[in-house]
Design a protein around this ligand. Sequence first.
Ligand code: NAD
Length: 544
Amino acid sequence: MAITTSEIGKQGLRCRGPRQETLLRMLENTLSHAERPDDLIVYAGLAKVARDHAALEKIVRALTEMEEDETLVIQSGKPVGVFPTGTRAPLVLMANSNLVGRWATSEHFYELEKRGLIAWGGYTAGDWQYIGSQGIVQGTYQTLVAVADEHFGGDLAGRLMVTAGLGGMGGAQPLATVMAGGVALCVEVDADRIKRRVDSGYLERGTESLDEALAWAREAMDAKRPASIGLLGNAAEVLPALRERGVVPDVVTDQTAAHDLRYGYVPVGMSPSEAADLRDTDPDELARRARASIATHVECMLAWQDAGSVVFEYGNNLRAQAAENGVDAFRIPIFVERYIRPLFCRGLGPFRWVATSGEQADLDLIDDMVVREFPDNPLAQRWIPIARESVRQAGLPSRISWLAHGERAKLALLVNAAVRIGELRGPVAFTRDHLDPGGVSQPLRETENMPDGSDAVSDWPLLNALLNAGSGADLVAIHAGGGGYAGYMQSAGVTLIADGTAAADDRITAALTADTGIGIMRYADAGYETAADAVRSSGLRWFG
Ligand code: NAD
């Protein structure tokens, strides 16, 4: 069984090479952030690091025993076999929760999951790339900065954001809001989650009283002081109660795991444990009640939108669930199209790195490198100092920062050189989110409303994965949605390892050029002129 503590980096070499050891540490690190470690569930209600405990043990054994010129193949979190593939091939290839189109439904997924035939890995849990809430803090922060720029003259001071869900990813919302200068009121139905976020420093304080929460929020707004408040309650009850009191928030969104009606959204009138009991006895009834509550929740968001609030969905399928109950939910925009896609068109997305030595000094050195090397990237220039000050590290020292096509390969090569001369004390793993230019098709999120209508074409992430594997990336994964996301998405994940070798230079150059290269071509192909400009200045051959 893998260790699950932040001591991961202090382990000696247990594998036959540093690349295998790095991926093992990435796996352990992901598990160390799990919301429900006993079930191997990392976040989003059901996103798992491995199929089950037996599969996890076999994966760990395979990583410790395999040679550098072999490839471990994993099917939905279960190891299949190890193949001799050569030194330039990926060490690990994965396919997670892919179902043939006609059968790609939640019901079919749950049935297969129950029979132990499939597992969902979320975006970054199943391919061992999760770095805790920091990963999502930056994306949320970036979105809020774009919201502030577009609607509030660049400043969220004195502005109230109402949201719900303080889980694995949603727990980043209060910290991101504070970083952006606003006041976050976060409704959460599970008292333990509120406590967990307060303990981790992501949330300032919590209360069970709506009156107290509102008084704290008003006081902070009047003082134009950033603040974050957790309020125990059900979003489908608390939001209407706020409306009844005449509250019109400046910004409204949601990060309950509404995409999953069995594991992700607690219906009105139930505690989380009562919902879990009903899941065991009558899952369809639980889903029915959850959807009805989501409908109420979304109706309230729509009313606020009509009253002038800036409302957007943050990618949890809340609108689709409410629409099933007849709510006109797609009047609410998705955050990606509105605030993030312009960045994707320039090849900018959430790049991340993990210092597998476990040494904070390694992370500090790379932070300095980013600030020094990318003076023309305002996102990184603004973010790195804020993250250094405000993001409490958990697990292996890691950082996320939005870097563009070209910048990612440049940074990874510099890091590889620093590993080579011993300036960095251990290998560094580079990954990215699937919320990224090249790696995803999700017609209700990342690729909603593409100008050429290609929202649901999943050739692009599949090509991205093939290209990454052909480039020799260390880990490549293709994913489809599981649970409530079944049938909704296709994506590709990639990990590169800087272990100081010349071979790593080659892999990094090829794969990190390919990864965002195919992304800017995808957006250029869809008709975005900024993406076409990015492709032209990249020097890549393009037939557009
Ligand atoms: P999670 O399962 O870890 O947490 C969900 C939280 O919502 C839990 O703490 C739960 O108690 C709470 N909750 C459930 N029902 C509630 C209700 N009725 N009222 C108040 N609280 C309630 O999930 P997570 O990892 O935090 O992710 C949340 C959702 O956001 C997922 O759907 C995820 O896919 C989505 N998300 C999408 C993106 C993206 O688009 N890139 C990024 C982050 C999160």
